[in-house]
Structure formats: structure tokens, C-alpha cells
Ligand binder design. Sequence first.
Ligand code: FMN
Length: 123
Amino acid sequence: MKTIVLHGSPRKNGNSDTLARHFLQGLETNGSHEIKHFFANDLNIRPCQGCDSCADSLSGYCVIQDDMQEIYRSFIEAEIVVFATPMYWGYMTAQLKAVVDRMEAKDHWILGRRLACHHVPHG
Ligand SMILES: Cc1cc2nc3c(=O)[nH]c(=O)nc-3n(C[C@H](O)[C@H](O)[C@H](O)COP(=O)(O)O)c2cc1C
């Protein structure tokens, strides 16, 4: 199954990455998966501008040409989408929030997907 992992932490191999790794190991025991990782902190992703171009055109793509375009392409093919993020002030990190906001262009795709969310709190 095609799986994408959206990593929210700026800390590589930190707690949320470790949790995601264990989750993926569990997945692999149920068959092989083609897994693609996106580390939001390493990507060039502009915040959503709220222009509604994606809704108006129904294109499913955002007009901003940045690394989000690659995430859209992988997201369309993915059957499982994993959100792996620490909790920052009670929510996902700003890096991952930017990705999720830009998913507005794909809100109709999110329905029917298998989503796995790992929020790692302190302690
Ligand atoms: C700016 C900032 C805000 C945080 N806010 C929270 C919070 O609201 N609740 C919480 O339980 N932990 C909070 N933490 C702690 C992290 O969620 C925690 O250390 C987490 O395990 C780090 O995950 P990582 O190793 O994947 O980066 C915060 C940490 C930082 C740096």
C-alpha cells in the first residue's frame, strides 16, 4: 500500500519520528508498503494565502508553486497518510500546520483516506 508520512518536528529522529517508525514497522508486518517521507521543516512550503483559487478552479492544486506540489502528487496516490508531530502549545507544529492548511486544495480527497495521527506530548 502506498503510504506517506508527514513529519512535523524540526528534530530529526526525535520522539514523533520514533513513534512514526514503530507505527510503520507495525504496518509492514501486515504486508509491504511503499513509504514516502516528507519532513515539513526541510521543505519550502508557503502558508496558505486564502485566495480560494483551489476551490474556484476545483483543480485540486494550489496556485503557489513550491514543494507542496510534490506532496499533492504523492497524496493523491497514497492510501494511508500518517501525520507525525510533536505537540507545540497544544497543537501540531507550525511546519505541519502550513502543510495541512495547503491541503485545502485537496479537502475532497481526504474523505475516504486512512489517516493516522501521532501527536507526541511532553513527559
Ligand atoms: C515550542 C514548544 C511547545 C511545546 N508545547 C507543548 C504542549 O503544548 N504540550 C506538550 O505536552 N508538550 C509540548 N512541547 C513538548 C514537545 O511536544 C515534546 O518535547 C515532544 O516530545 C517533542 O517531539 P520531537 O522529539 O518529535 O520533536 C512543546 C515543545 C516546544 C519546543
